[in-house]
Design a protein around this ligand. Sequence first.
Ligand SMILES: [Zn+2]
Length: 241
Amino acid sequence: MSSWESSKLNRAGLSGIALIALVLILPYLAGARDLEFEKSIIEKFLPYQKWEKEYRAYFQRHYHDDSLELAPKAIVMHYTASATMTSAYNTFRNGAPYDDGDVGVVFGHLSSHFIIDNDGKIYQILPLSRKCRGAYGVNHVAISIEMAALNEASLLKNRKLINSSHELVRYLAEKYNIPGDKVYGHYQVAKGRKVVPEYTDYGDRRSPDCYPASFGRSDPGERYMTGLWEYLKKNTHNGKR
Ligand SMILES: [Zn+2]
């Protein structure tokens, strides 16, 4: 082998090594972003263990499955209709009377997996392995995320809150391989099976395929969702809708 050939080989070998190093380091960089992000999430769990009997009965009635274990296949976005997260969190924790379909008004505990406060801080309030009760119709498959905002107009003005929500959904969509067309606004879930094929409700015979008209939802609004879908398209591997 001439010295020219050996130096060519060295160059090829070196660029090969550089390429391998890059391939090895890329997932690490993506993983580092997620690790950093996970550290920013504040844990403030609801006393969900106390609700096991109530939740099993609810999931049996509405989904014909009393398992409380969640394998996330969709994400539902909401706003709290309050300026800060406090009132929403307290209502979840303390429980309230609500309309439970065929059994009428009962006392119980609604919930979500996350609440993002109006300063952009993200609170995780249920484990992701546990079904929540944030968007009936899809609670058997969905992660629910609440954002502290009075309405869509105030949500759209709050850049910190929007940025935190985008980063949280990006992280969850990658973690559970959830495509952009399975990231829903609550207002879409309210329209039922014709918009959201996962919609299931065995426990409300007056309106089995969608929310009753009096339960209509507008949160978090189409403009917010359009911005989120755009973000996911650019920032997740399967964000296309
Ligand atoms: Zn909602």
